[in-house]
Design a protein around this ligand. Structure first.
Ligand code: RBF
Ligand code: MG
Length: 148
């Protein structure tokens, strides 16, 4: 079941992050996106769909995992919403517009003993997201009017 506060729709511009995630991790969207988040969306890891609105207008949809919060592992104090598109891109996406829908939570934001543990946790998040997003109730959102 997809239940409140999901589905949660939002939109942002892809900005340059801290330079840690690079191609591995995500792309933090703008800060207003984070300010708008309802309080019912905790600091945590989420899955959903993302639509990349590119200039050449393919407007494709991708599976994604999103990290919401302050990145305790790196002592980051500002709250970000980072979307990791589960697809390999050949080019940087800075400046591109991204529409996203969050459909469920995977876990809460936490800290780890070392980078390897964080990387393993993220890999596990991605495999859970793959599984959840393959369900019919998640796939329905691929045809949602938000992604016209
Ligand atoms: N950062 C944390 O400090 N703790 C986490 O539990 C955590 N989980 C994440 C899960 C996913 C799926 C992604 C994409 C990122 C996560 N991050 C987490 C954020 C990570 O620290 C951040 O993407 C990099 O520091 C680059 O900004
Ligand atoms: Mg980044």
């Amino acid at each position: 079941m997809i239940k409140s506060p999901f589905p949660y729709f939002t939109l942002g511009i892809i900005v340059r992050g801290f330079g840690r995630g690079s191609k591995e991790l995500g792309c933090p969207t703008d800060e207003t996106t984070v300010e708008k988040l309802p309080s019912s969306i905790d600091e945590g890891v989420y899955y959903g769909w993302a639509q990349l609105l590119t200039k050449n207008n393919s407007n494709k949809l991708y599976k994604m995992v999103a990290s919401v919060g302050r990145n305790p592992f790196y002592n980051v104090k500002t709250k970000t919403l980072e979307t990791h598109l589960m697809h390999e891109f050949k080019h940087d996406l800075y400046g591109e517009k991204l529409k996203i829908v969050l459909l469920g939570e995977i876990r809460k934001m936490t800290t780890f003993r070392n980078t390897n543990e964080l990387v393993m946790a993220i890999r596990n998040d991605i495999s859970k997201a793959h599984h959840e997003l393959d369900s019919d109730q998640c796939r329905q959102y691929l045809n949602h009017p938000f992604f016209y």
